[in-house]
Design a protein around this ligand. Structure first.
Ligand code: TYD
Ligand code: MG
Length: 456
């Protein structure tokens, strides 16, 4: 038998080539191609073989939905779509040191009150995990703990009559299958190990958590392929300089993907943040120019955050634009609209934009708040401290309605805001509903905002 030739696999996108190259032709990544052993022969002529006939059934069936398992950590349950589905696989990604192991240890400890759970660490020794458990106050939790990296051993231990109901593998990059020659953490290893573990999870009906490392540019390391194999992909993000951590679902077969969970990292582990708006606004100082409170939504939950802008004269030939927590292109667009439609030229200024608290905002609804913060900083006139702002800006300067305005207004009213700068609403739910006690200033064009920033 011919010796299986080696193949070259891009560790970023999983593309396979026959020879090594410095740059992956498929995804354009540099220096990501690694030699892996064992190119598989492509099987031929399957159609002539004898297969077993599949039985088709109707969509309407009698199988009762499985009850979801609650972890007891409300934020985690919500991001998962209301609890864990037995037999499902969740991939938890995030930067090193962001708190993945901490979160999963807390979750397993909480789950162990009502379910059998196993925590398999390939990165830390049992004693290290124990030390962490003591710090988290879960030293007495009934978690089956092991330090293992061999897939064969892990499968043998989990496949039995006493299979735990929840299994955590921390991390999938440390697990290796001994029938594959590549090093642990390579695409073929990660793919093969995950496939085996997921198959076992489906067969035995346990919930499988896989921890995945992320690369410099924020992808789960190696395989995007892994994201296709699992049911749910959770990213744990946040600035290590901030104490807030955001758990975000980017894929979920059993729930919505725009939900986020907010945690705070304390010296006793992660604690849930039930009212993120209050926390994000906690350090706001009223009546300073360049600050504006945005009435945002994250999934089904309203979230107020402070947007800060600083416009300063620049000595550089191409002035600096620095954005934290928002899209740089979107900032350029808002600035271009301010320039073309409102005559606010910022081309000679450095512009800094920051979303306070370390949250990352993706909503276009923040446009108006960004514009207000920029105008406020440029004119040195503060946005009223009790005003909340949201609305999308179009290229002609029109301010467009955004979804769930009432929910946003309700949250603002709850937190003691008195006025709101919002898009004029074409629909008839005007002013009614959530707004309540708020004084609503509805505007149709960006020019209407300018009067807020006229010197008195
Ligand atoms: P960890 O869960 O080990 O991160 P990951 O598994 O994602 O790599 O988190 C480690 C960080 O969290 C570390 O920088 C210290 C911090 N931490 C606390 O601040 N308080 C705690 O109680 C714990 C356990 C960790
Ligand atoms: Mg870890």
């Amino acid at each position: 038998m011919a010796k299986p030739a080696s193949q070259f696999v891009c560790q970023d996108c999983g593309a396979v080539t026959l020879k090594w190259a410095g740059k992956c032709e498929a995804c354009g990544a540099w220096n990501s191609i690694v030699e892996e052993a064992g190119r598989q022969e492509i099987p031929k002529g399957l159609s002539s073989g004898k297969g077993r006939k599949i039985e088709f059934v109707g969509l309407e069936g009698s199988s009762a939905p499985l009850p979801r398992m609650l972890t007891g950590i409300g934020e985690l349950d919500r991001v998962c779509g209301g609890g864990l589905v037995p037999g499902s696989c969740l991939l938890v990604g995030g930067d090193p040191g962001i708190g993945k192991s901490t979160l999963l240890l807390q979750a397993t400890a909480a789950l162990s009150a009502n379910a059998t759970v196993a925590y398999i660490s390939g990165e830390e020794a049992v004693d290290q995990v124990r030390m962490r458990a003591v710090r988290l106050g879960h030293a007495k939790a009934k978690v089956a703990l092991a330090s293992a990296t061999s897939l064969r051993d892990i499968l043998a231990s989990l496949d039995g009559p006493d299979t735990p109901q929840v299994v955590v593998i921390d991390s999938i990059q440390t697990v290796y299958a001994d029938n594959i020659e590549s090093a642990p953490g390579t695409v073929s290893q990660v793919r093969a190990c995950s496939a085996e573990l997921i198959r076992l999870a489906k067969r035995r009906g346990f919930v499988l958590f896989l921890v995945g490392h992320v690369t410099k540019d924020g992808q789960i390391a190696g395989p995007r392929v892994l994201e296709h194999m699992v049911d749910t992909v959770l990213y744990f993000e946040g600035d290590r300089g901030h104490q807030f951590r955001i758990l975000r679902a980017t894929k979920n077969r059993f729930g919505a993907t725009d939900e986020i969970g907010v945690f705070e990292m304390t010296d006793r582990g992660l604690s849930e943040v039930a009212n993120p708006s209050a926390l994000f606004l906690a350090e706001r100082r009223g009546n300073v120019s360049g600050s504006c409170v945005f009435g945002g939504m994250e999934g089904t939950r309203p979230m107020l955050v402070e947007i800060q802008a600083l416009v300063a004269p620049s000595t550089l030939s191409s002035p600096r634009r620095a954005v934290v927590g928002w899209d740089t292109n979107r900032l350029s667009m808002v600035m271009a609209v301010l320039d073309a439609r409102c005559g606010l030229a910022l081309s000679g200024n450095d512009v800094y934009l920051n979303v306070a608290g370390g949250l990352r905002i993706a909503e276009p609804a923040a446009d108006l708040a960004v514009a207000a913060a920029l105008l406020s900083s440029a004119s040195d006139i503060p946005v009223p401290a009790d005003m909340v702002v949201f609305g999308e800006i179009g290229l002609s300067g029109e301010v467009r309605a955004v979804a769930q305005a009432d929910t946003r207004l309700k949250e603002a009213a709850k937190l003691g805001f008195a006025q709101a700068l919002v898009p004029s609403r074409p629909r008839k739910d005007k002013g009614a509903g959530g707004g309540g006690s708020l004084k609503i200033r509805s505007i149709g064009h960006l020019q209407d905002v300018l009067e807020l920033f006229q010197p008195k």
